[in-house]
Ligand binder design. Structure first.
Ligand code: NAD
Ligand code: UGA
Length: 463
């Protein structure tokens, strides 16, 4: 059966990127055999079960449609490297926490281990595709490792960064704004590039498949994330000014975003950006600039993160001000913990530093989230030691009962449909609601009786 496949694709790393990307490729390209491997047995078991390791709208249906047909999940890394024609590398590249570059540089140990394993288990020529987000010129290191020693196998390294966002991963992959492929400008490099173009052309219009040299492709991924995060910090910095001048940040964003040169997207002010990548990739960019002694450039991008941290700080100070500067023993309901809606992912979620700060004020937190309670529990483990108390509730009504304040941190649509009159009646008075994402109808909440504190606009407070 296996020999009837046109090509064998392997993806190393069965995470948020590897799993969904390969599910889409397997669905779009039945003539390709797609295998996803990982060293994490529990993760692979979950991919092979009815309870997938990550939540993404549309993912389960796509996995179930092709799993066992041309999509396979396995821990047999070596065996699948040996048979693959094209190997995508989608391992994690977190910020280094130790040694040189700690706190900024990308930790490339998983990439290097993967490269060595590919080299050791290859007996036929292969295309190796960087899917992970990497520092510019990583392909050089990868090529050096792959071709080291006495191996006569030829590897062609391509860069094909992933631009999908969590919560919309499937939609983004099935209808991408662009697919970016970087290659060496050599006959073998261009041939490998064409092989990847052939794959993506199965469902992506050809004009959306962009080709560049390897370094431009690697750098474009970091720059895309830096630009997106920079827009959020730009509007968040203006939110601070709005709060002191009675301007309304949503009105400003609308007016500014109408300019077609600026555009309306990514101008939602909030408690700050989270997720596994924006902070990590900007820190990586800062580190690269410092490495090349481009210190002014490094300082410029560092400010995007500084404003993001400032946004959390401002939010907490606003909560404290409205609570007569004390939260000791007060119940505070936290609505939403995931770093954005439609995902259970809490990596670098703004809710984490917010809860830490509230616990340090000795507040009693009750956290509710449709998909992220288990992660929240892990993220906040041990933090009660700061002086506060912590509990979790699947039901937002229960979370809010007896609370002095609700803090909306993630704009889940489930929070739109709640009966806020019922919630108000169950709370301590005066009942406050801090809308960290400008998600709810502020006037309606004020009319119910809440003191409402939107983000980047004046508070609505009953005297
Ligand atoms: P993840 O942590 O969810 O998954 C990475 C997986 O790689 C893990 O399951 C881990 O066990 C596995 N792994 C690590 N070393 C391995 C090895 N030697 N052999 C086999 N498996 C190994 O990470 P992710 O969120 O999927 O991100 C992967 C890469 O993609 C990162 O570079 C990230 O910056 C980038 N990226 C992520 C997103 C996103 O939304 N999460 C979007 C675009 C790009
Ligand atoms: C982001 C990018 O959007 C993807 O293109 C990229 O592939 C990915 O990072 C990555 O490299 O990992 P993601 O982090 O999944 O995707 O989600 P986003 O929709 O970008 O949101 C990131 C954070 O910014 C969230 O916390 C969100 O609440 C916040 N955000 C977003 C705002 O505060 N305001 C906005 O206007 C938009």
């Amino acid at each position: 059966m296996a020999e009837t496949f046109y090509r064998k694709i392997l993806c190393i790393g069965a995470g948020y990127v590897g799993g969904p990307t390969m599910a889409v490729i397997a669905n779009q390209c039945p003539e390709y055999k797609v295998t996803v491997v990982d060293v994490n047995q529990a993760r692979i078991d979950a991919w092979n079960s009815s309870s997938l390791p990550i939540y993404e709208p549309g993912l389960k249906e796509r996995v179930e449609r092709v799993r066992g047909r041309n999509l396979f999940f396995s821990t047999a890394v070596d065996e699948h490297i040996a048979e693959a024609d094209i190997i995508f590398v989608a391992v994690n590249t977190p910020t280094k926490t130790f040694g040189e570059g700690a706190g900024k540089a990308a930790d490339l140990q998983f990439l290097e281990k993967t490269a060595r394993r590919i080299k050791e288990n290859s007996t036929t020529d292969k295309i190796v595709v960087e899917k992970s987000t990497l520092p510019v010129r990583s392909a050089e290191a990868l090529t050096t490792i792959l071709h080291s020693g006495r191996n006569s196998v030829r590897f062609e390294v391509l860069s094909n960064p992933e631009f999908m966002a969590e919560g919309t991963a499937i939609q983004d992959m099935e209808h991408p704004d662009r697919v970016l492929i970087g290659s060496m400008d050599t006959p073998t490099g261009l041939a490998a590039r064409d092989e990847l173009i052939r794959l993506y052309s199965k469902w992506v219009p050809r004009e959306r498949i962009i080709t560049t040299n390897l370094w431009s492709s690697e750098l474009s991924k970091l720059v895309a994330n830096a630009f997106l995060a920079q827009r959020i910090s730009s509007i968040n910095s203006i939110a601070a000014l709005c709060e002191t001048t009675e301007a309304d940040v949503q009105e400003v964003a609308r007016a500014v975003g109408k300019d077609s040169r600026i555009g309306p997207k990514f101008l939602n002010a909030g408690v700050g950006f989270g997720g596994s990548c924006f902070r990590k990739d900007i820190l990586n960019l800062v580190y690269l600039c410092e490495h090349f002694q481009l210190n002014e450039v490094a300082r410029f991008w560092e400010q995007v993160i500084a404003i993001n941290d400032y946004q959390v700080d401002r939010f907490i100070r606003r909560v404290l001000r409205s609570q007569f500067t004390t939260l000791v023993g007060k119940k505070v309901a936290v609505f939403g913990f995931a770093f954005k809606p439609d995902t259970g992912d809490t990596r670098d979620a703004p809710a984490i530093p917010i809860c830490r700060r509230l616990l340090a004020e000795k507040a009693h937190l009750t956290i509710t989230d449709p998909h992220a309670i288990d992660s929240a529990r892990r993220d906040l483990e041990g933090l009660e030691g700061l002086g506060g108390q912590l509990s979790f509730a699947a039901d937002p009504y229960e979370a809010a009962r007896g609370a002095h304040a609700i803090l909306l941190i993630t704009e889940w649509k489930q929070f739109l449909d709640l009966d806020y009159e019922k919630i108000f009646d169950s709370m301590e008075q005066p009942a406050s609601l801090f809308d960290g994402r400008n998600h709810l109808d502020h006037q309606a909440l004020f009319d119910i009786g809440f003191n409402v504190h939107p983000l980047g606009k004046p508070s609505l407070v009953h005297i």
